[in-house]
Design a protein around this ligand. Sequence first.
Ligand code: G4P
Length: 527
Amino acid sequence: MTIQEEIDRRRTFAIVSHPDAGKTTLTEKLLLFGGAIHVAGAVKSNKIKKTTVSDFMEIEKQRGISVSTSVMGFEYNNYKVNILDTPGHQDFAEDTYRTLSAVDSVIIVVDIAKGVETQTEKLSNVCRMRKTPTIFFINKLDREGQDPFSVIDEIEQKLKIQCVPITWPINMGKNFKGVYQLLTDKLYLFDSEDKQIAIEPLIIPSMQSSKLDEQLGKENAAKLREDVELIRNVFPPFTREEYLKGNIAPVFFGSALNNFGVKELLENFLEMAPPPQKSTTLEREVDPSETKFSGFVFKIHANLHPQFRARIAFIKVCSGIFKRNTPYVHVTTNKTYKFSNPTSFMAAKQSVIDEAYPGDIVGVYDTGNFKIGDSVTEGEKLHFIGIPSFSPELFRYVENTDPLKYKQLAKGLEQLTDEGVAQLFTHKLNGRKIIGTVGALQFDVIQFRLEHEYSASCRYENLPLYKACWFKSTNKKQLDEFKKRKTAFLAEDKQGRDVFLADSAFSLQMAQENFPDIEFYFTSEFK
Ligand code: G4P
């Protein structure tokens, strides 16, 4: 196969949802179709939910397991599918945001009863910002839920995206009859008893066909005809081009638990979804079909498996062919590495690979040299962008509690924040270290890992802040004045960039009003 053919057959994506909407169940069903696993329950998801802060030990245990589900690759109908796993717990949302930097498209799972939830909204915002092609899977049709039109309306209103239904449900809950495929006019009947994978659809020659009445009963058939007419009048037609631009989102309905609507989702997804796309670097655009290898680190996993002490850095191949035992340059340090045991992931299995193509994820063992966002190339100085840090929402001062272990603490904080567990800032005025996170659990994880991996101990002091935002201005006078007035609220991030520590939404608003020439940013990447 040529490199172009290898690229064209790859689909690298993530399934995301608010916890409990059914992401894990859907992922597992897709893996069953792909033959990557053979029994339900085989994937130990890295779902860390229903945990409280005191359960962080459980989280650590799960993190150890989850390395094998970080990437779930399988072959289906000659496509190479790479599903990138994302944490189920919302305190780890930043990991999810970063994973989204390595995918070419996403499937968002929504619970028909709950509709758009907070995490759905946050994740969808990130996808919209990146213009990532998005498909919605409305799940749990075997239960009573909201009217499908209202759920779609809610998605359109809250997530600001034009939806296009591809399948449409006939009733729900106890009366759920199945879904109608609007593009192919096929009827998929639901049988709650029959949970087999292959259910052959019926081809419906026209909406007026009596086949509909026979299969669904007169009342249901009439309702479906009405719904389909409305859909065809109200929603724009599906075009792949608009979907690929991120302008429209195809919507599918089903029940992941019952394996219903999942095969249709998978097969339509494979045809619609984009192959590996161009990547942007500070220097230039990188095309996947370029002959030279390039890639970036989007995730670092401290492998807690007792056999391996090293961390695994996950590299997304952006161009060319990655080859084992070939010298590649780590652009940040300009050091050359040969990876002798690069790992690929096929669901729960890991194996050493000789080659990887654009869209694939390669895991390489690392002893603390890589950080999130780093590029690896054949020598060209490329800096991939689109892997920003997001403004944290919780902040604490971190203090050393063992004067003899100062160095260990500094190293631990440096490495853990390189890994993306949290962000590290230094207060400009007092030089104190501040840890910023998106979830409270990370503070416990950091303290635990500092102690167990670096023999360092720390304590926290609460720092009630609203947001940390990056800022810039071309108006030097105003910038200087701002910095002078806000000295007590300024910090530096790890790259030495200034950050404003806003203690309330009001103080941020006032800063914006009083210093109109200064622009404030909630992500670390801005031009
Ligand atoms: P998540 O990864 O998005 O957090 O969700 P997950 O797949 O774990 O699903 C959350 C709960 O919803 C699970 O039940 C799961 O069985 C259920 N579920 C998923 N899809 C469907 C569906 O199509 N219909 C129905 N009725 N339920 C569905 P649980 O009781 O929380 O967990 P478990 O004990 O079944 O694992």
